[in-house]
Write a protein that binds this ligand. Structure first.
Ligand SMILES: O=P(O)(O)O[C@@H]1[C@@H](OP(=O)(O)O)[C@H](OP(=O)(O)O)[C@H](O)[C@H](OP(=O)(O)O)[C@H]1OP(=O)(O)O
Ligand SMILES: Nc1ncnc2c1ncn2[C@@H]1O[C@H](COP(=O)(O)OP(=O)(O)OP(=O)(O)O)[C@@H](O)[C@H]1O
Length: 491
């Protein structure tokens, strides 16, 4: 990429989240990830430029030096910082503005600093495309937190029974963030049990919110649209996916029925999520599953029987296994972390210069990783213990908010990539690669906010389900769970 010859016409809008906007190159397999900030903060440009420079470097350092060793080399692409011509960035910002979803327009793209992250475009497969006319598919899942808190500091009983995602749905709907409730439960996806995973992915398809997207040939073909009130058009999606699932079972009028296409698609996605890079061929792969009782959410629509029989456990080296282990570094819960945060704050009041030794704002280097890895089990009352736990919590928060990208492309028998894996040997031949994105550090200063948000979510959930329960018992309605009637296809 020649930085002095950047032309906005070579780039197009690709997507965005809360903190960054991404554009993709029209020919090369590259994206630029630019920072965003609230439009009211557009002043103080000099300060912004310095902040952006530091922030973007800290994103790369955190991803490369902290998250990559924890999650695995193969899954993480940290990218590199680029300094773009301001003229290019301003034209780019104008160009992409009309494509941005309304719900993201409360923030503006950084057009002052010129700093951005350059990354491989993970919606493409990292290889030549075998001359097959079918475009690669890419599935992006933001799985969120996959376990119930097991900390003795948890005060609200419901947190031990219902997962944060399922509770948060009630709060999000009440605040108008989404129009329709998602029935997805992360604990089913992280269960490692194929039937539970099938149901979790099916629920993501039915209500993707910001947890599920599909790209074809690098173009977004399936996601949640602004203010969507209707269920997404799954027949149209099946039509788009059909060319990749052309083998002979389940043929209807000469081709696979929409249901069969989606069924196969879900199975391929779960296989990719379950596969391991380092899986030993001789012994059983090591499992990463939450201990007894932490892997079942009472609000999940999955039937209880399946819960009971359904923890196969994830291989520790699967992408979900790796993410779950990093998430579980949060073993005190925000209720246990908040008093430790206050201990650190009190210490800093007395010794403000210690902030840098304690690496509260980075640098995110090997010694930061040491804090995370070598934190003692027992609280000895020291500030060092508090810092170790706070750093572990922040790493876990990143793992609870990251996304997984699975890129799939058709291949012939002898075309399985060295660096990628092949799935479904007896079914359509697909080669795939799996990556993890959005591994930005979560700020230390956000801990009080997280503490308040946790109470709001839990209190709202308790109130809303309590009033629903009263209504239900007074009209003696019997709620049947959907999945009693779900038919599973053999894998
Ligand atoms: O707190 P949560 O669980 O709602 O997560 C936030 C996400 O909301 P979600 O519930 O996934 O829709 C939120 O996603 P959206 O903006 O809702 O797409 C962000 O990812 C946010 O992270 P950050 O503050 O931008 O670094 C996330 O905040 P963090 O808590 O991870 O900092
Ligand atoms: N390397 C990449 N290749 C392809 N697409 C990408 C890449 N990085 C990001 N994207 C796309 O851009 C979108 C926004 O990126 P990202 O999730 O990093 O933004 P964010 O603002 O940090 O998100 P959040 O709301 O979680 O804070 C992603 O959902 C994904 O679709």
């Amino acid at each position: 990429m020649e930085l002095d010859k950047m032309d906005e016409n070579d780039w197009k809008y690709h997507g965005e989240g809360n903190k960054s906007l991404v554009v993709s190159h029209v020919q090369h397999s590259r994206v630029l990830r630019l920072l965003k900030y609230p439009s009211q903060d557009a002043e103080h440009t000099q300060q912004r430029t310095e902040q952006a420079y530091r922030h973007i470097h800290s994103i790369v350092d955190f991803s490369k030096n902290v998250m990559k060793p924890l999650l695995g080399e193969a899954y993480v692409h940290s990218g590199e910082v680029v300094n773009l011509p301001l003229e290019f960035v301003r034209h780019l910002s104008l160009k992409v503005q009309q494509e941005r979803p309304e719900l993201r327009c409360d923030k503006v793209m950084d057009t002052f600093s010129g700093y951005a992250l350059c990354l491989p475009n993970l919606t493409h497969l990292n290889a030549r495309h075998f001359g097959d006319h079918r475009l690669p598919l890419c599935v992006e899942i933001k799985p969120k937190c996959g376990f119930l808190p097991f900390s003795g500091h948890v005060t609200k009983e419901c947190k031990r029974k219902v997962c944060r995602f399922c509770m948060h749905q009630h709060y999000k709907l009440a605040n108008g963030k989404w129009k329709r409730q998602s029935r997805y439960c992360p604990l089913d996806l992280f269960s490692g049990n194929k039937q539970r995973m099938y149901i979790a992915i099916k629920h993501l398809l039915e209500e993707p919110q910001n947890n599920f997207k599909i790209f074809k040939g690098g173009q977004l073909i399936f996601s949640c649209t602004d203010g969507a009130e209707q269920q997404p058009d799954l027949s149209a999606l099946a039509q788009q996916l059909r060319p990749h699932f052309t083998h002979s079972t389940g043929l209807y009028k000469g081709h696979l029925s929409a249901k069969a296409v989606l069924n196969e698609f879900i199975q391929v996605v779960s296989s990719a999520l379950l596969s391991s890079w380092n899986c030993s061929r001789t012994g059983e792969p090591k499992k990463a599953h939450p201990a007894e009782g932490r892997g079942y959410c009472e609000a999940s629509p999955v039937h209880r029987d399946l819960h009971r029989n359904g923890t196969n456990g994830l291989s520790k080296d699967s992408v979900l296994g790796r993410i779950l282990q990093a998430q579980m570094l949060d073993n005190l819960d925000i209720e246990g972390i908040y008093p430790l945060y206050k201990r650190v704050e009190q210490y800093l009041e007395e010794f403000p210069k210690e902030r840098s030794r304690l690496q509260l704002d980075g640098p995110y280097n090997d010694s930061f990783l040491e804090w995370v890895k070598n934190c003692p089990e027992e609280d000895d009352g020291s500030v060092e213990y508090a810092i170790g736990k706070v750093h572990q919590y922040r790493v876990a928060m990143t793992a609870k908010d990251c996304s997984v990208m699975i890129t799939l492309a058709p291949c012939e028998e002898d075309e399985v990539l060295e660096s990628n894996l092949e799935i479904q040997p007896s079914k359509p031949r697909l080669t795939y690669s799996v990556s993890i994105l959005d591994l930005d550090p979560k700020p230390y200063d956000a801990i009080p906010y997280q503490h308040k948000l946790d109470s709001k979510i839990v209190n709202y959930y308790v109130r809303s389900t309590h009033s629903k329960q009263e209504l239900t018992s007074s009209s003696s309605l019997l709620m049947e769970r959907e999945d009693r009637t779900l038919v599973f296809h053999p894998v």
